[in-house]
Design a protein around this ligand. Structure first.
Ligand SMILES: Nc1ncnc2c1ncn2[C@@H]1O[C@H](COP(=O)(O)OP(=O)(O)O)[C@@H](O)[C@H]1O
Ligand SMILES: [Mg+2]
Length: 583
């Protein structure tokens, strides 16, 4: 009970005390005014009366003071309680305000999942009013397929009271549309021992969409990389760290790891290609320029893979150089190329043999000449020996001629055999002028019988080219025979064929074969190199197409141009240096 501090009336205790003092005073008065009062008794009673009155007055004051103190204390406490209540009311209102206006959805559900409370913002976000959700099962705002998960999560909260749990889930709006939320929930015990679960949900739909889009594009990228057998990589030059995509790990057949080093990569590189790859990496790390290279991988099971890597240099945010690149497994392409190459080699062989067949008369002539000389020399030798005094010196000379003619015939046969043989690519440094002379040796008769005069304009000193001798012989033979055939109809001018060699300013060997034959129509210039294009009744049309593939396999170029005067010039180039292959 709180009393008004200004009231001056006495308390019950004061009245009781006053009453007791008055009773004592009355007793003393009785003693004083009694029938036989004794003088000493009178004095004692009087003293007692004065003492009791004084004590009473003191007691009354003391009691009054402590009572006032108590009242003041109680008044203070009451106003404190009132202030606390006020503060609580204010804070409740503030929190309510926060819950109402915070862009976060708040739910309070009981242990059975019934909504006890939801903020207006949350309800609105789901397209409901607060009243539409209160008392309803919270499962209503979840998709049917997610409800089990909701129940499991709520149960987990109830099993661990006071512990915060969080999860990501889709919620369903009243109109059926969905949104992604991240829920933070915890079970608490309310007054009256009731268990409730408080849930705060943050809308993460946009983040989720972005994540999904990223995941999707990553999935597309991974799939595209797998389909194209192309992996990607990033290389931070300063730290030496290399980041690989899933496909790159698959190509190199390494287990996935956050990053990888060049040392590990080099382990996989074929030992014969390792130094070259190392050089490319060293150069790129020094000059920071884009690079491109092809190399082989030697797999643990002994299989060989061919890869082609390209990288582009970029400067990252901290100003350091980074390479971003792609590595493609070109093994299948390489295999197809090898098969194609083999088919081309077979075809080249067939056409070579066919050409030699056409040259049978020429070859026979080439062999016959030394053979006839052998016979003549042998007869002469016999005559020198059959003399009465045999002339041994002359006989020796004749035998020497026999040997050299025999060797000449043998060389022709050897050359023909080499061209008939099916050889694989055998590249060696060779002098192109030698190759030309060897071919001329086979076509002498052809030239003579077609009344063609051959002019050789060969550069006296030429660096050697790394090439396959038989293949180059085939190219020159076909160009010479084509030239002879193109001059067949020419009757009004000398039939002249010129073969030239030179070393040009670009550092390559250039060979030209010029005739003064029928020439070519400009529109047919490129068709000549198509397989099976021929204008000859008995032609196969494979010659120039094979010549071009042979020259290109030597990284050269074969082209044709009409002469200023009559006839045509075919020209092919051969580079001198073997460079790193870029597949
Ligand atoms: N020197 C040349 N002058 C004019 N036409 C040529 C010459 N060389 C080739 N041709 C043309 O190119 C065609 C294809 O030549 P080639 O591929 O060697 O096949 P083929 O000699 O079997 O016809 C020839 O049929 C001819 O029409
Ligand atoms: Mg031909």
């Amino acid at each position: 009970m709180i009393r008004d501090p200004t009231t001056k009336s006495w308390s019950a205790e004061q009245w009781l005390l006053g009453g007791m003092v008055l009773a004592l005073a009355a007793t003393c008065m009785g003693l004083l005014l009694g029938p036989q009062p004794a003088a000493s008794a009178h004095l004692i009673a009087l003293a007692l009366l004065v003492a009791s009155l004084t004590a009473a007055l003191l007691m009354i004051r003391l009691v009054g003071r402590s009572q006032r103190r108590m009242e003041a204390m109680l008044r203070g406490r009451a106003s404190g309680e009132e202030r606390a209540m006020e503060a609580l009311r204010n804070s409740e209102a503030q929190w309510k305000e926060v819950f109402e206006h915070n862009p976060v959805m708040y739910f309070m559900v009981d242990a059975t999942g019934l909504v006890l409370s939801v903020n207006t913002f949350g309800a609105a976000q789901l397209g409901y009013t607060v009243d539409e959700l209160l008392g309803q099962s919270v499962l209503r705002v979840f998709a049917a397929e997610d409800r089990d998960m909701v129940q499991r999560n709520v149960a987990a909260c109830l099993d661990n009271i006071g512990q915060t749990h969080n999860w990501e889930i889709r919620k369903v709006r009243k109109d059926g549309s969905r949104l992604w939320v991240r829920e933070n929930a915890k079970a608490v015990r309310r007054l009256g021992d009731q268990l409730i679960v408080l849930i705060a949900c943050e809308d993460i739909t946009e983040r989720k969409h972005a994540e999904n889009a990223l995941q999707q594009s990553e999935m597309y990228l991974t799939e595209a990389q797998r389909l194209s057998h192309t992996g990607s990589f990033g290389w931070r030059v300063a730290s030496g760290e290399i980041i690989w995509s899933e496909e790159t790990f698959r190509i190199f057949e390494f287990d996935r790891a956050p990053s990888i080093t060049h040392a590990t990569v080099l382990q996989r590189v074929h030992p014969d290609d390792r130094a070259r790859v190392q050089r490319t990496i060293d150069r790129a790390s020094l000059d920071g320029n884009d690079f491109e290279h092809g190399y082989r991988l030697l797999m643990p099971n002994g299989a060989i893979k061919f890869v082609h890597a390209r990288a582009h240099a970029v400067t990252n945010l901290s100003g350091d150089t980074e390479f971003v690149g792609a590595v493609t497994d070109v093994t299948a392409r390489k295999r197809a190329e090898a098969e194609l190459h083999e088919a081309q080699t077979n075809l080249a062989h067939v056409t070579r043999v066919t050409a030699l067949g056409e040259l049978a008369a020429s070859i026979a002539h080439e062999v016959n000449q030394p053979l006839a000389a052998v016979v003549t020399n042998a007869a002469a030798c016999l005559r020198w020996l059959n003399r009465a005094a045999p002339d041994l010196n002359e006989a020796r000379g004749a035998v020497r001629s026999i040997i050299s003619d025999g060797n000449r015939a043998g060389e022709v046969i050897q050359r023909v055999r080499a061209m008939v043989n099916k050889t694989t690519d055998q590249r060696a440094p060779l002098d192109i002028n030698d190759v030309i002379n060897q071919v001329i040796g086979l076509v002498q008769h052809e030239l003579q019988s077609h009344l063609v005069s051959l002019q050789l304009d060969l550069a006296p000193v030429l660096p050697s080219v790394v090439a396959d001798r038989i293949q180059l012989q085939q190219v020159i033979l076909n160009l010479v025979l084509n030239g002879i055939e193109a001059m067949q109809p020419v009757t009004d001018r000398p039939r002249e064929l010129v073969i030239r060699t030179r070393h040009d300013e670009a550092g390559q060997i250039v060979v030209t074969v010029t005739d003064c034959g029928v020439g070519i129509a400009a529109e047919n210039a490129e068709r000549l190199f198509d397989a099976f294009y021929t204008t000859k009744a008995s032609g196969m049309g494979m010659g120039l197409s094979i010549c071009r593939s042979i020259v290109e396999a030597h990284r050269g170029r074969l082209s044709v141009a009409a002469n200023i005067g009559p006839g045509t010039t075919f020209q092919f180039t051969l580079p001198l240096r073997e460079e790193d292959h870029a597949w």
